[in-house]
Write a protein that binds this ligand. Sequence first.
Ligand code: UT7
Length: 333
Amino acid sequence: MTKTRAAITGINTWVPEYRLTNAELETMVDTNDEWIQSRTGVQERRILKGKDQGTSAMAIPAVKGLLEKTGTDPKDIELVICATVTPDMQFPATANIISDKCGMVNAFSFDLNAACSGFIDALTTASMYIESGRYKKVVVIGADKMSSIIDYTDRATCIIFGDAAGAVLMEPNDEGYGLIDHRLYTDGSGMVHLHQKAGGSRRPATHETVDAREHYVYQEGAAVFKFAVTKMAEVSEEVMERNNLTADDVAYLVPHQANKRIIDATASRMGVSEDKVMLNIMRYGNTTNGTIPLCLHEWESKLKKGDNLIISAFGGGFTWGALYLKWAYDTPE
Ligand code: UT7
């Protein structure tokens, strides 16, 4: 009997209209287009503007579009997981807000925080619920309004990040398609290199924390880069080896879009050529939990049923991992 696997059966994304270009950043901090493009690959990022607009403001249209596109009745959704580091509020979970606004009234929902690896951790979590046989329709969201925690006076971080949301529908598949394997890692000692100092229970918001700009992303870029470049490549290769996949067997590498140089190193370690690498960091920057759905959605029409995808990520925590997913559908013309 074929094992029941969790397959992605639909995908949708939503990005804000506003484009923050390298030229505009040049007017905000001491930087230049050449530096940004050569060190990161980013040309522009989307920024969510408007009062009281949180991560859910992007995730709601992404999910509504997903449900419409897949012809799914929101009442049939049983579980909603939202991977985010920028929830609308400390609580309740942003997933609850999204469920309410999208009419997914029969679902239970929760947020998952594994920084930039959140979306692959959430796909894996959802797959466990589905493989158990108990859940049949799960929505997994990756969404972040990074502009809400970025210091636009810090040239080392503000040039990288952007805002976006994506969502997938996951359903059981008995034909061998879907999530085949995963390898996920955490090294909490990496916390010192990448974190947000204040706003949690350890350092709740005070005038002092605000004055000290402690509610923004703190990143020691070079240290994070060193780990990311090694770990994302290592884990991607590990998942290929565990599943006896050669570079020829891999249709696409779907990498978290943190830095083009990290992506190039991962592809090179896997022996995968450039044309098989999903890359859109130029247009969106690092949208944390949004990067992988943004890639999958953009490439959706090119993906064929049975395509072998290696999806890999690295992020704060440190957290990192890779998934082996067999794409489950051809996009109708
Ligand atoms: O997705 C979550 C995980 N995060 C990541 O994976 C990010 C990993 N890290 C990176 O992508 C890179 O480290 C950065 C893009 C953040 C920085 O690139 P880098 O090549 O590691 O630069 P650096 O931090 O080592 O800085 C090199 C120089 C420094 O100047 P000095 O000390 O050599 O004079 C920086 O002050 O570049 C300077 N610099 C800049 N110059 C122009 C830093 N930011 C900028 C900038 N424009 N925006």
